[in-house]
Design a binder for this molecule. Structure first.
Ligand SMILES: *Cc1c(COP(=O)(O)O)cnc(C)c1O
Length: 372
């Protein structure tokens, strides 16, 4: 299948994915766990995961055990860490498919013990410390007891210890420095008690970019791996580029008389005789139903007018004299010398590039290629 067959699609450059991965490894000088949760930030879980495995990733991180199991189903053999909550009834799946689980609660750990004992097999765990994110994790003052509990129970294997930064992308470094200090305290207690923990990890993309001292044994890279900056204040290091372009086609061109209503609700009326096009992308694909969106056609930035529909939206084509039905339209990416980034769209939408990428609907075909 070539991309000429598609109405709306994503083009994903696997060569750039590999080089981003290599570059992050080089920069962070430690192990890199690519984070492939949420359909690999919209890029397509299976293909991204297998590509990263072949590029040498030892670990992959997901949010939920369903994601990990689907990776095992397609034959991914890397270590897998579930970063979120796993119900105790799933411990057997984790054991049978060699999936490592995050733990952060005494009672849940005791439930895990029962299930693991029942199978007479061990489950691999990463203990999470809440050093200041206010999300998952035991508080630092309970960290030592929590890890001792895991360490002393049969059939629980303490494989990792980690924390997560809340503000690593912000210019003010105080909050993250405090988090690192809290984490170090727990690490020191473990060292004094001679409790070995094979894998210590803390940094997300912003963390490894901004805090050399927080790289430990591994960094967990998501957004940077896909080639986007974690925030405006944290630009990407050199040599990391976006891997995705989002494209569609011009599927209709009409001259409409002045005063013609456009799309549901007639939020837009033509002012004059206007050339109005239809492009084959809508909110069902992840394009938000709001005004002010733009796309690139024939290398020019053109406005979307009227409400975005589920599968289509309308564009104002005055001045694009050479527009033709079938023209390629760019929503994210480059065309001639023009460019719209996921971050540009996020700025327009009042959100972050992460949300734009995660919103790329599963129904869109993903066209993977290796280099230009
Ligand atoms: C999503 C996530 C990451 C990756 O964060 P990025 O900012 O995309 O690099 C790392 N660690 C945890 C626990 C996460 O949930």
């Amino acid at each position: 299948m070539t991309k000429d067959n598609f109405g709306t699609w994503l083009e994903i450059d696997l060569d750039i994915l590999r080089s981003n991965f290599t570059r992050i490894r080089e920069l962070s000088q430690t192990k890199v766990m690519p984070i492939v949760k949420a359909n690999a930030y919209g890029h397509g879980l299976d293909r991204i995961a297998t590509e990263l495995e072949s590029a040498g990733a030892e670990w992959l991180g997901v949010a939920r055990i369903e994601e990990a199991l689907s990776l095992r189903e397609i034959g991914v053999n890397t270590k897998l860490l579930v970063l979120g909550y796993t119900p105790p009834t799933r411990v057997s799946h984790a054991i049978n498919h060699d999936i490592s689980l995050t733990v952060y609660d005494f009672r849940v750990v005791n439930e895990y013990v029962k299930h693991a004992n029942g199978m007479n097999k061990s489950v691999n765990l990463h203990a999470k410390i809440d050093t200041g994110m206010g999300r998952l994790g035991v508080l630092p003052e309970n960290g030592f007891d929590f890890i001792k509990l895991i360490d002393t129970k049969n059939h629980l294997r303490l494989e990792g210890l980690f924390t997560h930064f809340a503000c690593a992308d912000e210019p003010n470094k105080t909050a993250t420095q405090n988090q690192i200090r809290q984490f170090d305290k727990v690490l020191n207690q473990l060292e004094e008690a001679n409790i070995e923990c094979p894998l210590i990890h803390a940094s997300n993309s912003a963390g490894f970019i901004n805090f050399d001292q927080a790289r430990f044994d591994m960094v967990r890279a998501g957004i940077a791996l896909y080639g986007h900056a974690p925030a405006h204040g944290t630009p990407l290091p050199d040599g990391i580029y976006p891997i995705v372009s989002w494209k569609t086609r011009l599927i209709s061109i009409k001259q409409l008389p002045a005063g013609h209503g456009i799309s549901y609700g007639h939020q837009y009326h033509t002012q004059n005789n206007e050339k109005i096009g239809v492009v084959a992308v809508g909110y069902g694909d992840g394009l938000r139903r709001r005004s002010g969106n733009h796309v690139l056609i024939r290398g020019k930035k053109v406005p979307i007018v009227g409400n975005v529909c589920m599968d289509q939206c309308m564009v104002q084509l005055d001045g694009i004299d050479d527009a033709r039905i079938g023209d390629e339209v760019v929503i994210i990416g480059e065309q001639n010398n023009a460019m719209i980034s996921a971050t540009d769209i996020a700025d327009d939408w009042g959100t972050i590039n992460y949300e734009v990428l995660c919103g790329l609907a599963a129904r869109m075909p993903r066209y993977y290629f290796n280099g230009k």
